[in-house]
Design a binder for this molecule. Structure first.
Ligand SMILES: NC(=O)c1ccc[n+]([C@@H]2O[C@H](COP(=O)([O-])OP(=O)(O)OC[C@H]3O[C@@H](n4cnc5c(N)ncnc54)[C@H](OP(=O)(O)O)[C@@H]3O)[C@@H](O)[C@H]2O)c1
Length: 252
């Protein structure tokens, strides 16, 4: 059983470990964006495939039995490419998509927006000392904020000269509640901006903001490609991969 896991998330690493322990041959693919990524168990390849054509070619050459797209919920391009390339190569594909925060107990109090540009507008209306947790790639959307204190948390440095009034915090989750509460209070944050990444590792900031009376702006997730099979947990992904193996076994 050969499995290609499209990775870059904690779930992808957990899935690779579970599948390898179960005897599968697993290759995890990383985009190569982060300088020192946490590495998965099993095989590894790094870098883009070259669009749908490149990924379809890679699938033909490597003969994977199944692809699990366990990339981040906002990595919409690779998800679309994986669905299109797998259809072309005739390889089963599964999307491991962690639940978002639209069902979070506090979700009704968030300001939901469609994209990061809209998040900037909403945050400007709600506060003047923002905390940006939308990730390095989107930071430049806020570059005009040179007239205010901004706390921006990123894994890798932004790679461009952020305004002098900003504080860039280089950190990697998980971020526990007490530390999030202390950070928001200490920096006198008055609006939090986040993407609907979902998951437990970065969720505590939502409760911390609520408890401090800090409004939260949340960018909605991009839509999934129509018809793609979705599972929301690593357990369900393992079962679905095993089901592909069972079908393959019957065919053999
Ligand atoms: N977006 C986020 O907020 C976020 C947060 C945490 C982690 N990540 C991780 O960072 C990676 C890049 O995210 P993104 O939002 O920049 O992706 P994206 O916009 O969906 O993808 C852009 C291009 O990057 C390449 N790529 C993306 N993921 C890849 C993977 N796992 N293996 C090989 N190539 C990949 C593909 O290049 P080609 O077309 O050349 O194949 C893809 O077309 C993903 O693996 C994702 O899981 C993203």
């Amino acid at each position: 059983m050969r499995v290609l896991v499209l990775g870059g998330t904690g779930e992808a690493r957990a899935l690779a470990a579970r599948l390898v322990a179960g005897g599968a041959e697993v290759v995890t693919s990383l985009a190569g964006r982060v300088s020192a990524p946490a590495l998965p168990v099993g095989g590894l390849r790094v870098g883009g495939f070259g669009g749908v054509d490149g990924l379809a070619r890679h699938l033909d050459e490597e003969g994977y039995d199944v692809v699990v797209d366990a990339t981040h919920p906002f990595a919409a391009t690779i998800t679309g490419n994986a669905v299109a390339a797998c259809a072309r190569a005739g390889t089963p594909v599964l999307r491991l998509h962690r639940p978002g925060w639209s069902e979070h107990a506090l979700a009704g109090g968030f300001t939901w927006v469609d994209d990061v540009a809209a998040a900037r507008g909403a945050a400007e209306r709600l506060g003047s000392r923002p905390f940006l947790t939308t990730g390095r790639q989107q930071l430049e959307t806020f570059a005009t904020w040179h007239d205010r204190y901004v706390l921006a948390r990123v894994v890798d440095p932004p790679g461009w000269a952020v305004p002098a009034s900003w504080e860039v915090l280089q950190a990697r989750g998980p971020y526990p509640y007490a530390a999030e509460h202390a950070l928001l209070a200490d920096r006198r944050i008055d609006v939090l901006v986040t993407k609907d990444s979902g998951g437990a590792l970065t969720e505590a900031k939502l409760a911390a903001a609520h408890d401090l009376g800090v409004p939260v702006v949340v960018v909605r997730r991009p839509p999934l490609p129509p018809g793609v099979r979705v599972v929301t947990t690593v357990d369900a992904a393992v079962r679905a991969v095993q089901a592909v193996r069972a079908v393959d076994g019957k065919r053999a």
